[in-house]
Write a protein that binds this ligand. Structure first.
Ligand code: ADP
Ligand code: MG
Length: 505
C-alpha cells in the first residue's frame, strides 16, 4: 500500500564548530518486554509492581533440576513483531547461554539467541516530517530472558534482590547503524514503540522499563558512511561507544549529543575513541565509562543444552500473518486517502493505537471522517487534556461522540449547541439524542418560526435595515440577533436565507 510513496532522506546531522565537519552514526539495540501474562520459560506471572519475589517459578530461581519450557505465546509475539517489521522469519532458531555473574541472575547465565535468532532482516520507516523519512534496517530480533532487579537504595547497609522480572521474555531488536542524528534516534524509538503497540506485542511503557535502548554512537567524516553503505565494511566507520539502558527519548537525544561532542574532542585532540560501554547521567547531562567493551567470547556463549532448537512451521507463521492488524503507516495513508483527512490530522489520530481505535469507532457511528477528526482532535483531546485524562478513560465514549456529530450533520443542532451538548455528556453522561429532546436543544428549522423572529428584529430596528440595504454585509447583524433570540437554536443557514430575502438583498 505504501510502495508508491517516495521518501526523501533527511540530511545526516553535521556537527559544525569543530576543526572539521563530523557526522554521526548510530545503531540501536532495543529491549522490548514481550506482552505476555507468563514468562519465557515458566508459567510465573509478569504483572508489574507485584510484591517482590512473589512471581517466581522454581526455574526462574534456578532451582537445581528445573528445566525451562518454552512459552509458545512469546514465540508467536516475536513472530508477529517480525512480520510487523517486514522481516524474515527463521523457521529454525536456537537458544544459547550467555554466561555472567550477577546477584539478580541466579542461573549464572541468560538464555538468549546469539547464533540463530528467530527473526532476521527487516526495516522501519522513520518519519522525520512531511515527506521526509529514513529507512532504518533491522538486523535481527532475538528472544531472551530478562534478569531480576537488585535494589540498593532501601537500606544503606544492605542490597536486596527481587526476582519477579527474572525470566520475563524480551525481544532484542537490533538496528543497523543507519540512524544519523539524535532526533532520528528518538524518532526511531518512537516509531518502533508505536508499531509494537499496534501489534500488541509490547506495552511500550518506557517509565516501567518495558522498552529500553542501548545506543551505539560513533562519529565519522562526511563520505565515510556512504563507503560503508557501498561495501558493508564497518572499518569505514568510527569506533563506537555503547550507552546502556536508556528509557527516555529525551535522554537518548541528550546522551547522543554529549557523546558526539566527547568523541570529537578526543579525536581532534589527536586521541582515539576507545570502544566501551557507558552510562548516561541525566542530572549531569554526561556519559561516563562503565566498563570496557565485552566481546561474545567474554560470555562463553554456547547452545543451551536444556532446550532443543526451536522449529516452527510456515503454516503457523501464515496463521499469525493472517491476523495482523493494520499498522500505523497504512492506517495513516488510509485516513488521508479514504477519509480525506490532512496528513497532520491523520498523524495525530494514528500516533497512539488507542486514539486510532477511538476515532474509527466515532467514524463508524457518525459516518463522517472529517467532522469526526475535528471533534476528536479539537474538542475531545482538548477536554481530556484539561482534566489530564487518557483517552481510554474518556467519559464520552465513541458512540456518544458519534451521536453528537450525527445530530449536527443532520442539522438537528448547530455546531455551537453541539459543544454545549458535548459538555453535558462529558460531565453528566447520557444519550445525546435524548438530552437534546428533553432539554429542548433541537435546532429550529421551522421557517415559520424563523420568519416571525426575523420580522420582529426588522420591525424593531429600522435604522439598521436602511444600513443593511446599502451595505449587504451588515445583514449578518440580523442573523446574529435572530439566533441570539432563539437561544442558539435557530438554524443559521435558514436564518441567513430568510434575512436576505426579507431585506431584499
Ligand atoms: P554488540 O551486541 O556486541 O553490541 P552488535 O554487532 O550486535 O554488537 O552491534 C550492536 C549495535 O551497534 C547495532 O545496533 C549496530 O548497528 C551498532 N553499530 C555497529 N557499528 C557501529 C558504529 N561504528 N557506530 C554506531 N553504531 C554501530
Ligand atoms: Mg550491544
Amino acid at each position: 500500500m505504501l510502495d508508491h510513496l517516495e521518501f526523501k532522506a533527511p540530511e545526516p546531522k553535521v556537527i559544525a564548530g569543530a576543526k572539521s565537519d563530523w557526522e554521526l552514526v548510530i545503531g540501536l539495540e532495543v529491549h522490548a518486554q514481550v506482552a505476555s501474562k507468563a514468562k519465557l520459560f515458566s508459567g510465573a506471572s509478569t504483572t508489574f509492581g507485584a510484591e517482590p519475589n512473589s512471581n517466581v517459578a522454581f526455574v526462574d530461581a534456578a532451582m537445581p533440576g528445573m528445566l525451562p519450557v518454552i512459552n509458545e505465546f512469546c514465540v508467536a509475539q516475536a513472530v508477529r513483531t517480525g512480520l510487523g517489521l517486514k522481516a524474515e522469519i527463521n523457521l529454525t532458531s536456537a537458544f544459547d547461554r550467555k554466561n555472567y555473574f550477577y546477584p539478580d541472575l541466579p542461573q549464572g547465565y541468560q538464555i538468549s539467541q546469539l547464533y540463530h535468532p528467530i527473526v532476521g532482516e527487516g526495516e522501519i520507516i522513520v518519519d522525520m516530517g512531511p515527506g521526509v523519512a529514513r529507512r532504518v534496517r533491522i538486523e535481527r530480533i532475538h528472544l531472551e530472558q530478562d534478569a531480576g532487579k537488585s535494589i540498593h537504595d532501601m537500606d544503606p547497609h544492605m542490597s536486596f534482590v527481587d526476582l519477579n522480572r527474572t525470566g520475563v521474555a524480551l525481544m532484542e531488536i537490533v538496528s543497523r547503524p543507519d540512524i544519523r542524528g539524535p532526533e532520528e534516534a528518538a524518532a526511531y524509538v518512537g516509531k518502533l514503540r508505536q508499531i509494537l503497540r499496534y501489534l500488541g506485542t509490547c506495552d511500550g511503557n518506557m517509565q516501567n522499563g518495558n522498552l529500553r535502548a542501548d545506543v551505539n554512537v560513533s562519529i565519522c567524516q562526511p563520505g565515510a558512511y556512504e563507503k560503508y553503505q557501498e561495501t558493508g565494511d564497518f572499518s569505514h566507520l568510527g569506533t563506537r561507544c555503547e550507552i546502556k539502558n536508556m528509557n527516555s527519548m529525551r535522554f537518548i537525544q541528550q546522551a547522543i549529543e554529549y557523546e558526539a561532542r566527547r568523541q570529537i574532542a578526543i579525536v581532534e585532540d589527536g586521541g582515539e575513541v576507545v570502544q566501551e560501554t557507558r552510562l548516561y547521567d541525566p542530572d549531569k547531562g554526561e556519559t561516563r565509562s562503565m566498563r570496557s567493551k565485552e566481546e561474545a567470547h567474554d560470555y562463553r556463549y554456547f547452545p543451551c543444552p536444556d532446550l532443543l532448537p526451536l522449529e516452527i512451521e510456515q503454516a503457523w507463521v501464515d496463521d499469525i500473518a493472517a491476523t495482523m492488524p493494520e499498522l500505523p503507516d497504512e492506517k495513516k495513508a488510509r485516513f488521508v486517502k479514504e477519509l480525506g483527512l490532512s496528513e497532520y490530522d491523520a498523524s495525530v489520530l494514528t500516533a497512539e493505537v488507542e486514539n486510532a481505535d477511538y476515532f474509527e469507532a466515532v467514524v463508524a457511528e457518525a459516518g463522517d471522517g472529517k467532522l469526526a477528526a475535528n471533534w476528536v482532535i479539537n474538542e475531545l483531546f482538548g477536554r481530556l487534556k484539561k482534566d489530564d485524562r487518557a483517552i481510554t478513560d474518556s467519559p464520552v465514549n465513541p458512540a456518544q461522540l458519534g451521536a453528537i456529530i450525527k445530530l449536527i450533520k443532520s442539522d438537528k443542532i448547530s455546531g455551537k449547541i453541539g459543544k454545549d451538548l458535548f459538555e453535558i455528556v462529558y460531565t453528566e453522561g447520557g444519550d445525546p439524542e435524548k438530552i437534546v429532546e428533553e432539554r429542548g436543544m433541537i435546532q429550529v428549522t421551522d421557517t415559520g418560526a424563523i420568519e416571525a423572529a426575523v420580522d420582529e428584529v426588522i420591525a424593531a430596528n429600522p435604522e439598521q435595515v436602511e444600513k443593511a440595504k446599502a451595505n449587504p454585509k451588515l445583514a449578518g447583524w440580523f442573523v446574529g440577533q435572530v439566533i441570539k433570540a432563539s437561544g442558539g437554536k435557530a438554524n443559521p443557514k435558514a436564518v441567513n436565507e430568510i434575512v436576505a430575502q426579507k431585506l431584499g438583498l
